[in-house]
Design a protein around this ligand. Structure first.
Ligand SMILES: [Zn+2]
Length: 540
């Protein structure tokens, strides 16, 4: 009597969306075995696609048939057994040799004496189905890319909107990534620092079943480097070796992206890899000779076997005129002092609200037309679009080869992106200073919290904003003069309780606050000014 192996397969691939569940297949086949009086020796359940040869359960079953444990296979349909020529051929061959006596499906049975053509055709069709599916999918994906929708999993900072089949900004993560770009653009951070920065804010490696990785770790250097050089974040994307214009919303400006690319390029040069910056390098200088400081790792071995790692900062002692003997300082010490200095630059919520009110009044007066500049940029953009069309025509007519087409297209798209940036910059210019002011109000209120936190990077960012390059250390003490609005805030805090608050907020009132009251913390002269505005003021 022939004994059978029962084989069921259900994969997660698109190919099998119509296929019955494993439970359904099992129950139908068991009933069939009962009614036909077939003896089942074992049941094999596979959860892998049959597109590629090498399914473990399938292979195990065939080898046990080779050893004579069973002579027949019971399965739903032939395409459960094979969707590729290798597996299909193996089944046919075993049938011809008589190793397999019979294959029973829910529709019909196959025997060695049958016309083999029928079976070959069925296997062939199962294989063709997969090939067509692949080609159709590729075509559909390419079409999607042409329409400006990235056909794949959206990169971190974005989400695939399954309902509208488009890509949406993941507001929270986008904000973190934007900060990461800004940090890296300063050239003071290593890729590892950026990884840690975003890790602390919740951007971690994913759990990957295939690699048995548990995930939830900081991203690796090359992953960070990939993110920082991904044009997706400025609204473009690479697909099938080509740069496409995406419909998704950019989360950083082209200008920032270009800056980051410059840093990446500079850092990728072999000689600079050894000079990765430590947290406080590039922030504080030696107070005695004015030279930069550098960091050193030191390890202390105690007699009891404990090992302590320290980071020390010391003067680079590169001055040729001053012989510097400034002693090194531990990182913890610098950190503590920096916290104290930062605290002196905190803005109370009460003050923030008052300043905000004044700013709103100014905002209304500040609206200005920038139509001429916008018109010029738009006309250049139109030119580029025309050029892109002509380029595509030339490529389709085979006047130029693919390499030139791709390079030209990438450069035109890049220019177009810069122009788009410029236009939105001009459009926002009317209220350009209100945003920085609001940001500043937020920053200044957050300082108290950051000063006491353990986030060295955040402290560094704020210290740079407040002091620029004015921080020095001498005799193990940090000193420095804060700049612009921060200096005003610091001195205003000192006057608190000495003179009336109304005079602190808007001293020498009489002119509107944005003009002509240089001592006010609301003074526009103190706010960061965009290069565009500066240029326009000069040409006035
Ligand atoms: Zn020095």
């Amino acid at each position: 009597m022939t004994t059978y192996f029962l084989y069921v397969r259900k994969s997660t691939d698109v190919e099998d969306k119509q296929m019955r569940s494993i439970g359904d297949q099992l129950s139908v086949l068991r009933t069939l075995a009962k009614s036909e009086d077939l003896e089942i020796a074992d049941i094999f359940v596979e959860k892998q696609s049959a597109k590629q040869p090498g399914r473990p359960v399938f292979n195990d079953m065939l080898s046990r048939i080779e050893q004579g444990e069973a002579q027949g296979i019971l399965c739903w349909k032939l395409d459960r057994l094979a969707r590729n020529p290798i597996d299909g051929g193996q089944i046919s061959w075993m049938l011809q040799k008589g190793k397999i006596q019979r294959i029973q499906t829910h529709e019909r049975s196959y025997c060695p004496t049958d016309n083999m053509l029928m079976m070959a055709v069925e296997f062939g069709m199962a294989n063709q189905y997969i090939l067509d599916l692949g080609a159709n999918t590729r075509r559909a994906l390419m079409e999607k890319a042409r329409q400006g929708i990235y056909p794949g999993r959206a990169p971190v900072g974005y989400l695939n909107d399954l309902r509208s089949k488009s890509i949406a900004v993941d507001a929270e993560r986008a904000k973190i990534l934007k900060q990461a770009f800004e940090l890296y653009a300063t050239d003071n951070y290593r890729l590892e620092d950026i990884a840690l920065f975003i890790f602390r804010r919740g951007i971690k490696t994913r759990k990957i079943k295939r690699d048995n990785s548990v995930g939830a770790r900081p991203l690796k250097r090359d992953q960070i480097s990939y993110i920082l050089s991904n044009p997706f974040y400025v609204g473009l994307f690479r697909y099938a070796g080509e740069l496409h214009e995406g419909k998704h919303e950019p989360i950083i400006s082209k200008q920032l992206f270009d800056k980051v690319q410059a840093v990446l390029k500079e850092r990728s040069k072999p000689q600079s890899t050894t000079k990765n910056p430590q947290t406080f390098c590039g922030l504080i200088r030696c107070g005695k000779c004015g030279m930069a400081i550098t960091a050193e790792h030191r390890t202390k071995h105690q007699k009891n076997g404990n090992v302590h790692e320290y980071v020390y900062y010391r003067c680079t002692r590169k001055s040729k005129t001053i012989k510097c003997d400034e002693p090194p300082v531990r990182e913890e010490e610098l950190n503590k002092q920096l916290s104290d200095i930062l605290k002196n630059h905190t803005l109370s919520a009460d003050w923030a609200a008052k300043i905000n009110k004044m700013a709103e009044r100014d905002e209304m007066n500040a609206a200005q037309s920038a139509a001429v500049l916008i018109r010029a940029a738009k006309s250049e953009m139109k030119n580029i679009s025309d050029k892109l069309q002509r380029l595509l025509d030339a490529y389709l007519d085979q006047d130029i080869d693919q390499e030139i087409y791709r390079a030209e297209k990438a450069s035109l798209l890049s220019r177009k992106k810069s122009l788009e940036d410029k236009i939105s910059e001009i459009e926002q210019e009317a209220d350009f200073w209100i945003e920085p002011l609001r940001e500043w109000l937020k920053d200044a209120q957050n300082i108290a919290e950051i000063a006491v936190s353990g986030d060295l990077y955040a402290k560094k960012i704020f210290a740079k904003k407040i002091f620029g390059l004015n921080l020095l250390f001498s005799s193990k003490k940090i000193t420095g003069l804060s700049q612009n609005q921060w200096a005003e805030l610091c001195s205003a805090r000192k006057n608190l309780g000495k003179i009336p608050e109304s005079l602190i907020l808007v001293p020498k009132v009489g002119v509107e606050p944005t003009r002509g009251c240089p001592h006010s913390i609301l003074s526009a002269a103190c706010m960061p000014v965009s290069p565009l505005r500066r240029k326009r003021e000069l040409t006035k």
